[in-house]
Design a protein around this ligand. Structure first.
Ligand SMILES: [Zn+2]
Length: 399
């Protein structure tokens, strides 16, 4: 099983210099290749592929003004071009937006494959570095495992992390259990379970966010290109790192628990990219880190022998009555509770949605198909009903 172990490390002065230079070169090569691909496409309608950018890299290294590219390990530069290729593949497949240029202030990373590092006595020696990386081993690598790829990352906050990818042969399949659960993305709470349980965002979040807002305001007042602006930016980055840490900690605990307790977990396959466009939802969604949650569930399900079912995101999970199957036409986000106009059942919006998701998940697991249930169209829909004016009133969805 492929796994990645991430650790903090504190580079020596020499290592920091080399790594910062390497990351800078990775960024430069990536941005140049992106520019070349963009230009080729928009001006000549030509597609440039990985092999062509790799040839370009060889030529750039011969240029006098880019001679410094020869001073760093070539592997991370090549890997950067591979990542760019992946970004384009995802873009052409409609899974992602057009790749962006990398900026210095967002940190950066460098990926070393087997030929660019040495693994000796449980220590990592990167190419061009004489000493091993001073890694803080917060947990042990599984016995007998050697990393196949090593990624060094510099965060905008200035912290260094190293991620070791390993192939772990241990079988960690858990004893099968009977239960299954459906999850709904929360707007007010992080996640709602089909059992009726609601899980909130970590308490510390509000305090962190207040601090973040203050720091961001202070940053926006600083003069461009000034030393103070850099300091203010670092402060913002540090708070963001804190938020991301506490968020990850929270989601890890939650996903581990869900995986332990359930054989099957059903989630909606939400495209976060689409949801973030909705400004009202944006904060809630990025807070809720739905993508991160699903990502963790995905790999943990694989590790521990559980099933994660993703259902069609166009399934009307919120608008469908879990009791009779009636689908209401509209249910605005501010409606937290509603009564089914068909059977009169009273629903908590999120719990009803989570139950629907679980129900569909069961069907998907059996049929293995993308389920689009028949919509129970109400007769009133065809009439121009005077009820339209009720839009926006709480507790009364249009039927
Ligand atoms: Zn109903």
């Amino acid at each position: 099983m492929e796994k990645a172990y991430r650790y903090r490390f504190y580079p020596t002065t020499e290592q920091e210099q080399i790594l910062r230079r390497t990351i800078g070169c990775v960024r430069l090569v990536f941005n140049r290749a992106l520019a070349a691909r963009t230009e080729a496409w928009y001006e000549r309608q030509e597609r440039v592929d990985y092999a062509q950018t790799s040839t370009m890299l060889t030529q750039w290294k011969k240029l006098e003004e880019l001679e410094f590219l020869n001073e760093v390990s070539c592997v991370p530069l090549q890997q950067g071009l591979r990542h760019l290729q992946t970004a384009f593949t995802n873009f052409f497949a409609g899974r992602a937006r057009y790749p962006n240029f990398k900026t210095k202030r967002s940190g950066g990373s460098a990926e070393f494959t087997k030929s660019a590092f040495r693994w000796k006595d449980g220590q990592v020696y990167l190419a061009k570095c004489s000493e091993p990386l001073p890694i803080k081993w917060s947990r042990q690598l599984p016995k007998g495992c050697e990393p196949s790829t090593i990624t060094v990352r510099l965060e905008p906050s200035g912290r260094w992390f190293v991620s070791l990818r390993i192939n772990d042969p241990t079988d960690e399949t858990l004893q099968p259990v009977d239960s299954a659960v459906g999850l709904d993305v929360g707007v007010s709470s992080l996640v709602t379970l089909s059992t009726g349980e609601k899980i909130a965002n970590p308490k510390a979040f509000d305090k962190h966010y207040q601090k973040l807002r203050k720091a961001q305001k202070s940053l926006s007042r600083k003069q461009k290109l000034s030393r103070n602006r850099d300091k203010a930016r670092l402060k913002v980055a540090r708070i963001q790192a804190k938020i991301s840490d506490s968020r990850k900690d929270h989601t890890h605990k939650l996903t581990t628990r869900l995986i332990r307790e359930n054989q099957t977990i059903v989630v909606e396959d939400l495209a976060v990219k689409n949801m973030v466009k909705n400004p009202k939802l944006a904060r809630a969604i990025s807070d809720a880190v739905w993508g991160e949650l699903v990502r963790q569930l995905e790999y943990k399900a694989k590790w521990y022998g559980r099933t994660l079912v993703k259902i069609d995101r166009w399934f009307p999970s919120s608008k469908r009555c879990g009791h009779c199957g009636h689908v209401v036409e509209k249910l605005s986000l501010n409606i937290r509770e509603w009564d089914c106009p068909n059977c009169g059942t009273h629903h908590d919006r999120d719990i009803n949605a989570a139950k629907n998701i679980l129900a569909v998940g069961h069907t998907v697991a059996v049929c293995g198909a993308n389920i689009r249930p028949d919509r129970h169209k109400s007769k009133g829909q065809l009439r121009k009903s005077p009820e339209r004016s009720r839009r926006g009133k709480k507790q009364k969805p249009e039927s």
